[in-house]
Design a protein. Structure first.
Ligand SMILES: Cc1ncc(COP(=O)(O)O)c(C=O)c1O
Length: 399
């Protein structure tokens, strides 16, 4: 399998077919497994023989998803989890202990910041939060001897800030720490962090891996040693497992990931260019645009594509007016969805300042660059004319 192209692995990597010869991978809805003999059962429970024993410790459909995603990310192994946040939890719980230190970017997904920065602080794990794109700040935050983990998300939500994975990997390794990259926005179709030096890749499978907004899922891709020796023992006992049904949905989603990411990225670039020239728009944030501060790095790191999420700010004279104007654009939508998710074939629009970043103080939001006039668009597969026309319904009334 290893010599095959990623596109081939995305439709072929899976556990072996059953005796029935099914062409599409089977969905195994079972919580228990009949053992071939008491001796075999004992060996399996002792970890001396491979074989399924109980749904919390493994399932063939889940294994197929894990094998396929690992093949696509170029890692030796993968562990599926119930959601993206369960993957973050599993990683931190497996790798950190009291007295350890973590460095993360201030632009990470809000729940990631809260889980690591607040919840794990209760157990004596210290966290430094640094600006996403400031390599010197990452370097300065590292504490040799106690920093165990650097965790970055690139590009970020909602401003698409990009960090240099290879540079962060060097920094982590020089300090004896590991680097994990949340690859939710780029996916392995555009970016393979392990090839750039990262040790672990974290996914919210809920997003592009599913691709059609159906199920929650998550995963951690890493070396066989990390998965078997660190993640598996914790997962077995904590039970943050992916359900076989959700695994099956995401497994089938992976088959079209490459096509979707390329098509949706092309649509997003076209929409970004149109928005940049719109008289009601103050600024567009998209790594695929030459105006983006990390455009060159993004193109190098993401296979020449910018991904399928952009944000734009409407022109306004004050934060209150900006919020009213952004709401006007969102409330005028008739085709696109007002929905705080991303990674769907349907275009989803959201107002970060009152949803994903609604719990931040105004000062924190200002520091993160999330203004009241900002609208995030996760671009889907509708015809571009219809996407533009729907956004222009509200935008044209502002100009
Ligand atoms: C970048 C990023 N990471 C992690 C998560 C968490 O994933 P989940 O919602 O599957 O737990 C999300 C969810 O929106 C996300 O956008």
């Amino acid at each position: 399998m290893k010599s095959l192209h990623p596109q081939t692995l995305a439709v072929r990597a899976a556990v072996a077919r059953t005796a029935y010869g099914e062409n599409s991978e089977a969905l195994f809805l079972t919580s228990g497994y009949v053992q071939p003999s008491a001796e075999a059962s004992a060996r399996r429970f002792a970890g001396e023989e491979d074989g399924y024993t109980y749904g919390r410790t493994g399932n063939p459909t889940v294994s197929s998803f894990e094998m396929r995603l690992a093949a696509m990310e170029g890692t030796e192994a993968c562990m599926a989890t119930a959601s993206g946040m369960a993957a973050v939890m599993l990683m931190c719980f497996s790798l950190l202990k009291s007295g350890d230190h973590v460095v993360i970017s201030q632009s990470m997904f809000g729940s990631t910041l809260k889980l690591i920065g607040s919840e794990f602080a209760r157990f004596g794990v210290e966290t430094s939060v640094v600006p996403q794109t400031d390599l010197a700040a990452w370097q300065a935050a590292v504490r040799p001897g106690s920093t165990r983990l650097l965790f970055a998300e690139t590009p970020t939500n909602p401003l698409g800030e990009v960090c240099d994975i290879a540079a962060l990997a060097d920094l982590a390794h020089n300090a004896g720490a590991l680097l994990c990259v949340d690859n939710c926005f780029a996916t392995p179709a555009l970016q393979r962090p392990v090839e750039l030096g990262a040790d672990m890749v974290m996914h919210s499978g809920t997003k592009y891996l599913d691709g059609q907004g159906r199920v929650m899922a998550g995963a951690l891709c890493a070396s066989e040693a990390l998965v078997r020796e660190k993640f598996l023992p914790v997962q077995k006992n904590s039970g943050m497992v992916l359900s076989p049904f959700n695994a099956w949905v995401v497994l089938k989603g992976l088959e079209t990931l490459d096509l979707r990411m390329k098509a949706q990225s092309a649509q997003t670039l076209a929409l970004a260019q149109w928005l940049e020239s719109h008289p009601a728009v103050a600024r567009v944030y998209y790594p695929g645009l030459a105006s983006h501060p990390q455009h060159a790095l993004a193109m190098r790191q993401m296979g020449g594509l910018g991904g399928a999420v952009l944000s734009f700010a409407v022109k306004a004279a004050s934060p209150a007016q900006a919020r009213a104007r952004a709401f006007q654009v969102l409330d005028a939508l008739q085709v696109l969805s007002l929905c705080t998710n991303l990674g769907d074939t349907k275009t989803l629009c959201t107002h970060p300042a009152s949803t994903s970043h609604g719990k931040l103080s105004e000062a924190q939001r200002q520091a993160a660059g999330i203004g009241q006039g900002l609208i995030r668009v996760a671009v889907g597969l509708e015809h571009m004319d219809d996407i533009q026309h729907d956004l222009d319904r509200g935008l044209s009334t502002l100009a």
